[in-house]
Design a binder for this molecule. Structure first.
Ligand SMILES: Cc1cc2nc3c(=O)[nH]c(=O)nc-3n(C[C@H](O)[C@H](O)[C@H](O)COP(=O)(O)OP(=O)(O)OC[C@H]3O[C@@H](n4cnc5c(N)ncnc54)[C@H](O)[C@@H]3O)c2cc1C
Length: 372
């Protein structure tokens, strides 16, 4: 058996699902393939924070990309809610980056470059977040917020299916199909799918395994993140709180997400004793010790991280219709809005909203020379 499409999107996490929907919205015939059920990997594990400034190290193309994506969210949410009927719990909760006394100088330095992006230096913590009154200052970004990732991906898939995207779920791509040297389709266990326009690899931390046949190894690896949720009757925080890379995310339903660890354990996505210890340290740092907080769930997922930590977005070197959109690492939910726009730009030849060369797969040209 075989099927013919304009575009084949491989991987139905948030990157692939939104991409497939955007392509179908614009009249393309699209197949969306996933080895399992959609949104069950990194996307399903994510906290859902949309915070370029808490995540960014400095001013530069990556921060610009994240800001572009954050600005796309309000429109994306309107469209997606209308087309899917699902409330993805988008909310500009606001983010507070806090620091201990001896870290204040560094926080002030971060504020110096974040001010131009709308960050505010606050000193009256009692008013903003009474539970953190002991902190003297924080960077406050009122426009940053959150979504509920499982609902976001569910909405994207539902909207995509409503636009006649053909879903092949539970069907792992076994190999890429070629016409000569050029990739033209994918082989599934049950059938071959062919693409007249292109194949887009959005398989998260597994993406490099799929493109292995067209190049030497793409430097991408899974970075495990362990994370937990608490239930409580009284919500102690109103904002998302960051201390360095640790965070608390108060959810609308009263849950508090506490995250997240980082380690490289290959494709092992189990929760470990050391992961729980690290999460307990985060709880301790934020002084969450009341007996009225109940552990709801602890889980883990695999973030796709490239060798330089930046996303990998673009046409594959030496290929005319093979594209990749992965390596979103800690910020794939945030970056999904702009990534789907960029992928649509590949299909429609529309220019990207910024220079994407820092993210092009070509930057790894020493390692990913095309295979014959
Ligand atoms: C604990 C944790 C917390 C996080 N918190 C946040 C956050 O607050 N904000 C944020 O922006 N980001 C966050 N992230 C990062 C974010 O989750 C990822 O960057 C994002 O989900 C990546 O999306 P994706 O679609 O590329 O990958 P995935 O969601 O992993 O999807 C890839 C899909 O490809 C499929 N696939 C793999 N191999 C094949 C194959 N051979 N054939 C077909 N399909 C295949 C998989 O089954 C999977 O469904 C977090 C991640 C973790 C782990």
């Amino acid at each position: 058996m075989s099927g013919r499409y304009d575009w084949i999107v491989v991987g139905a996490g948030i990157i692939g699902s939104l991409t497939a929907w955007r392509l179908a919205q614009n009249g393309f015939r699209v197949a969306l393939v996933d080895a399992g059920a959609p949104g069950q990997q990194a996307t399903g594990a994510a906290a859902g924070i949309l915070s370029p400034l808490a995540e960014a190290g400095t001013i530069g193309p990556f921060t610009t990309l994240m800001m572009h994506s954050l600005h796309r969210y309000p429109d994306l949410v309107l469209e997606l809610t209308e087309e899917s009927g699902i409330d993805i719990q988008y909310h500009s909760t606001g983010v507070l980056q806090i620091a201990k006394e001896d870290e204040l100088v560094r926080l002030r330095q971060r504020y110096a470059w974040q001010e131009s992006f709308g960050a505010v230096w606050v000193t009256d913590m009692q008013k903003l977040e009474p539970s953190l009154a002991e902190y003297h200052a924080a960077i406050y970004t009122p426009k940053e917020g959150q979504v509920h990732p499982p609902l976001l991906v569910q909405a994207a898939v539902r909207a995509a299916l409503a636009r006649n995207v053909h879903a092949f779920f539970g069907e792992p791509v076994r190999s890429l199909l070629r016409d000569g040297l050029q990739v033209r389709g994918v082989q599934l266990p049950t059938q071959d799918l062919w693409a007249d326009a292109g194949v887009i690899i959005t398989a998260g931390a597994w993406s490099h395994l799929i493109v292995d046949s067209v190049s030497a190894p793409l430097p991408l690896s899974p970075i495990r993140g362990q994370i937990l949720s608490l239930k409580t009757d009284h919500a102690p925080f109103r904002h998302i709180i960051f201390h360095q890379h640790s965070y608390l995310v108060p959810k609308r339903d009263g849950r508090l997400i506490v995250g997240a660890t980082e380690d490289d354990a290959g494709f092992d996505s189990r929760v470990t004793a050391s992961g729980i210890t690290r999460l307990a340290e985060i709880l301790q740092f934020f002084r969450i010790s009341e007996p009225t907080f109940y552990l709801e769930k602890v889980w883990a997922g695999l973030r796709p991280k490239s060798a330089d930590g930046l996303p990998i977005l673009g046409r594959w070197p030496g290929q005319d219709s093979l594209y990749i959109a992965t390596g979103h690492y800690r910020n794939g939910v945030l970056l999904s809005a702009i990534t789907a726009d960029i992928a649509l730009g590949w299909a429609t030849n529309k220019p990207a909203p910024m220079d994407l060369s820092p993210f092009h797969p070509q930057r790894f040209h020493n390692t990913i020379l095309p295979k014959g």
